[in-house]
Design a protein around this ligand. Structure first.
Ligand SMILES: Cc1cc2nc3c(=O)[nH]c(=O)nc-3n(C[C@H](O)[C@H](O)[C@H](O)COP(=O)(O)OP(=O)(O)OC[C@H]3O[C@@H](n4cnc5c(N)ncnc54)[C@H](O)[C@@H]3O)c2cc1C
Length: 453
């Protein structure tokens, strides 16, 4: 079977770029036909390509793009349980169900991801401290294994395949469809409290003391601030707005405000995002925010601030960028975060998208990323010194017992990965049973040593 395209492909960070053979099935039955054709030595699933690095790339091999397999199958209004194909995007779920009073139970910072992609990284949102990761709301799914068999997976049925697939980066099979429990809401708005804090310690103190009062919590962190201002942040914490919180005459409480979409029409020149420009942005951002309570915000602007700028990844120029996302256990978070921020600010590699979140309980996903503690995500433009710089940061993260997120990673080594994910051997064992021929593989799996390269 011939691919529909053979071309250079990347994740959202546009780094790395690899030539892949892309298949775009229109119906679920085409997936086993592609796998059986023997046209490629290996395949990996792709959703909307919003993982940053190489999770949905398969350099020299087949990539099966599943976003056209996006039928809604069933919805139960009484329980909020939605059954749909894995290629349905979170944006499509919101378009259909927000007007009916249902929101996603967990959402990443973009709604342009598929449900299959979200399960494959067990994604977390701004409410992880309260509810954990997405899999806590996934009742079950159908998984097409590399052999073409479709198996039902849940906590009761094939639980090993369920927990290997959740966070398993597409390496156990293709999620065909899933049942997800949506969250009932009264409005398409949240009430946000902004709190400006002078340094990292104050940010963590505030999260420890009062995050339990908020369903959603996130902090923008100034990664270029140094000395006493290291880690100065703006905390943005929110609870769902009730119908009575909206001003009179606001119209349908469940109708989200439509935002004007802008786009980045070309790749910004290399070096435009340098310590000076990012520093100026950070100073403005920090200076502009005030500590205020109860500001009404619509769901799009609070949860998906960047989705209104199409192709915003082009701002980092042709060479792309890496989103470096780490998590530290609660006990080492303060020291670990300070260590990382000191190195980043001293390097002058400031990222204007520094995001700090508090994590709650882990799920049983064998390669699921979150565990109790704190997570920091930084966007760093690719340039000549970046890879060695990140190797140094990896050592710091390891020394504080931390780990990196596969959905974002582009440079981690096998030794680092194996230390960070102690359940890797259990994952490998289950994967080998589901795919004895190693027909599923990705550039990420080979790079971090989940599979032999
Ligand atoms: C602006 C932005 C903000 C983000 N914020 C967050 C955040 O707050 N929290 C968070 O956790 N993540 C976040 N992410 C990362 C994103 O949620 C994940 O990378 C997600 O997996 C992307 O989904 P996708 O459909 O684009 O999948 P892709 O990127 O195409 O693929 C990701 C993985 O899913 C696998 N996959 C895709 N479909 C299937 C399927 N049907 N069956 C089996 N495997 C499949 C692929 O093989 C690959 O390993 C963010 C990304 C962006 C761009």
């Amino acid at each position: 079977m011939e691919p529909s395209a053979v071309r250079p492909l990347s994740g959202w960070g546009r780094f790395p770029v690899e030539t892949c053979r892309i298949f775009r099935p229109e119906k679920p039955a085409s997936v086993p036909a592609i796998l059986d054709s023997g046209a490629e030595s290996s395949y990996i699933a792709r959703g909307l390509g919003r993982s940053y690095g190489d999770a949905s790339l398969n350099g020299g091999g087949g990539v099966i793009a599943l976003e056209r397999l996006n039928r809604m199958i069933a919805f139960d209004d009484a329980t909020g349980v939605l059954e749909c194909e894995a290629g349905v995007s979170l944006a499509e779920i919101l378009d259909c169900f927000l007007p009916r009073g249902f929101f996603l139970p967990v959402t990443p910072g973009t709604k342009f991801v598929t449900l299959g992609g979200a399960i494959a990284h067990d994604v977390h949102g701004k409410n992880h401290h309260r509810v954990g990761a997405l899999s806590n709301f996934v009742l079950d799914f159908l998984l097409r294994t590399a052999g073409g068999e479709v198996i039902a997976c849940s906590r009761e049925e094939n639980p090993e395949a369920f927990w290997a697939t959740v966070g398993g980066a597409g390496l156990t099979g293709f999620v065909v469809s899933a049942r997800l429990r949506l969250q009932r809401v009264e409005t398409a708005h949240v009430l946000v409290d902004f709190l400006k804090v002078a340094h990292l310690e104050e940010a963590i103190d505030a999260m420890e003391e009062s995050d339990h009062r908020y369903e959603f919590s996130v902090a923008w962190i100034d990664c270029l601030a140094k000395g006493k201002a290291l880690g100065r942040s703006v905390l943005m914490r929110a609870n769902p707005a009730l119908a009575g919180d909206l001003p009179k005459g606001a119209g349908d409480p469940l109708s989200p405000k439509r935002r004007t979409e802008r786009s980045v029409p070309f790749d910004f020149p290399a070096g435009l995002l340098n310590p000076m420009t990012v520093g100026a942005f950070n100073t403005l951002f920090y200076g502009w925010h005030r500590t205020i309570s109860g500001r009404l915000a619509d769901i799009d602007s609070f949860f998906y601030p960047l989705d209104s700028i199409r192709d915003w990844n082009r701002m980092y120029g042709r060479r792309g960028f890496v989103q470096y996302q780490l998590a530290f256990p609660k006990e080492t978070s303060r020291a670990g975060l300070a260590d990382v921020l000191q190195r980043v600010s001293a390097s002058g590699r400031g990222s204007f998208l520094g995001v700090l979140k508090r994590f709650g309980n882990a799920t049983a996903g064998l390669l699921s990323f979150p565990f109790p503690g704190y997570t920091l995500a930084l966007d760093l433009p690719v340039n000549d010194g970046l890879v060695p710089f990140l190797a140094g940061l990896d050592a710091v993260v390891l020394s504080h017992g931390g780990r990196l997120y596969l959905a974002k990673d582009a440079v981690m080594t096998p030794a680092t990965f194996a230390t960070m994910y102690p359940r890797l051997d259990a994952f490998r064992e289950i994967r080998a049973r589901l795919d004895p021929r190693n027909l599923l593989s990705s550039s990420l799996a080979r790079r971090v040593g989940i599979l032999p390269s």
